[in-house]
Design a protein around this ligand. Sequence first.
Ligand code: OOB
Length: 558
Amino acid sequence: MLEGCTPFPDDLAAQYVRDGLWRAETIAQAIFDSARQHPEAIAAIDSTRTLTYSELRGETDRVAALLSRCGISRGDRIVIQLPNCVEFATLTLACFEVGAIPVMALPAFRRAELEYLLSFSEAKAIAIAPRYRDFDYAALARDLRDALPGVESIFSTAPADGCISLDENRSAPVAASAIAAADPFEVALFLLSGGTTGMPKLIPRTHADYLYNAREAAKVSGLSARSRLLIALPAEHNFPLACPGMIGALLIGATAVFSQSTNAAELAETIRRERITHLPCVPAVAISLLDLPESARAELKSLRVITVGGQRLQEPTARNLKRAFPHLVVQQVLGMAEGLLCYTRLDDPDEITFITQGRPLSSADEIRIVNAEARDVAPGEIGELWCRGPYTIRGYYRAAERNREAFSSEGFYRTGDLVRMHPSGNLVVEGRIKDLINRGGEKINAEEIEEHLLAHPGIDLAAVVAMPDPVLGERACVYLTLRDGREFTLAAMREFLAGRGVARFKWPERIEIVSILPLTNVGKIKKTELRRDIEQKLAREKAEAADSPIGRTALANR
Ligand code: OOB
C-alpha cells in the first residue's frame, strides 16, 4: 500500500477477498462494467448536459488520456475542488482509471486549506471550475501553482488562462495503451476527516473497500437501475460520493443528478423536473424542505427515500418529514469518511427510524461502545463508539502520532462520538468528545481556527466552541482573551480570517470577549463550561427578544 498508509492485516484482507466483500477490480472497472450493461441509460445529469453510460465511458477515457498526456499516472495526487457537475464524475473516474489519487477538497476551501492539501498530499495538479459563486478559482489556482513547485497543472471545466481545459479535449483521441490499470487494493482516493487536532487528516480509501462501501450502501438505500439520485451536498463528501451517492448509483445503472443549489425551492424544482427518487441530505436541508409551500411540496411526489445524516436528525423533524411527505421513507445514516456507516433499514418501523441513527451496514463491521477506561459499557449505556471492519481505515495518511490516539492497538477507530445501543439494536448518537463544530453537517475543526486566531497580535487565548442553532444544529462561537487594551470585533475577525485564506464556513459567527478563560488544573480550557455559558446566553437573549415588541420583529425576520 502507498507509503504513509496503514494496510489492513494480511489475514483479514485475504478473508475479505475469500468472502467476496473485496473484489479484484478498480472503481473504474466496476463502473465500466455497469456502462457495458446499460449503455443507453442516463448516467449523469447536471444543469448543462446529460450523459448516457456509453458517453460517460467515452468522456472518462478521453480525460484519462489527457491526464496521461499531462504526465499524471499511477499514484500521483490531484486535488479536486469542483462544484457539482458532470466533469466531477468524469474526472474522478478518469483518476480511478489511471490510478491517480484524487484528494477530495471542497469548493468552499480557500488558500489556507488548499495550500495545506496540495503540499501535504504532494499533489501534481489541481482541478477547478474557473469561476463559481463569484469566486475566481482559476486565479487562486494559478497563485498556488506558482507558489508550490510540485504543482504542475491546473485542470479546469472551462477554458481559462494558464489552465488545461477538460472540455477542449472532448474529441481528442484515446491513448489507451498509455494507461496502466490501477491496483484494486491500492489507495483509490483521499477523503478529508472532520479532524480534531490541527489540520484535517487525509483518509486513504482503497478501490476494494470503497466499492464494497458503495455497493452495500446502494442495497440498504433501495437503489435500483431505475433510481435517480440527487447530489446536492458537495460531491467531494463521502456521503454524496459513495454512501451510496454517485459511485453507488453508477455501479448499478442508476442516474446521478448534480445540483449546485441547496436552496429548498430550487431543489424541489430539480426533484420534480428530474423525477428524483433518492435524496441524501443533512438535517438543515430536510428542515428547509418542510418550510416549502404546499404547492412546492406536491412536486416532490417522485421521491421514495430521503436519507438524512452528517448530523443528528431531531425526532420532531423526522416526524414532520413523514407527515409532510407520507409517501416517502425517512432513512437515517450515521456515517464518517473514515469508514463505518450505520443506516436505519427501509423496513424498520417508523418509531425506530425516527429516534435512532441505524446499525452497521455490514455483518463484518465490529463495533464497541466503551467508557473512558476503554471497557465496554453495559447495554444501553452511553460510551464512545469504536469501529473496525472491511471499509474502515486503519490509519490516516502520514499521521503516525495522530494514529496512535485515533486507533486502538487492535485497530479499532475511535470515532469520538458518544452513542448508546437502543434495544432495537440500532445506535443513538448522544453527543461527542471530539473538539469540532458540526455546522449543518460541515465539520469545523476547533483547533485549526484557534491556531489562526492566535496568530493575531491582539489575541491572547482563543477557544472555539459550538453554539446551538435551530437549523444548522451548531455554529461556531469563539471566546477570546485580548492583550492589554486591545479591542476585537466580529468584522475585524472576519477580515483577519479572510486575509489568512480560511474558508468562510469556518469563521466563528459570534465573539465573546472575556478577561479569563476557565482552565482545568492541567491548564486546558474547560470547553464544557464555555458551551454551557453560550447556551444560557442565547436562551436569555431569545427570551428577552420575545418580550420586547422590537425583538419580536427582529426574531421574526431572522
Ligand atoms: C459524515 O462524514 P464526516 O466524516 O463528515 O463526519 C463524521 C461525523 C461522525 O463521526 C459524527 O460525529 C457526525 O459526523 N455524524 C452524525 C451523523 N452522521 C455523521 N452525528 C449524528 N447523527 C448522524 N446521523 O458526516 C457522513 C459520511 C457518510 C454518510 C453520512 C455522513
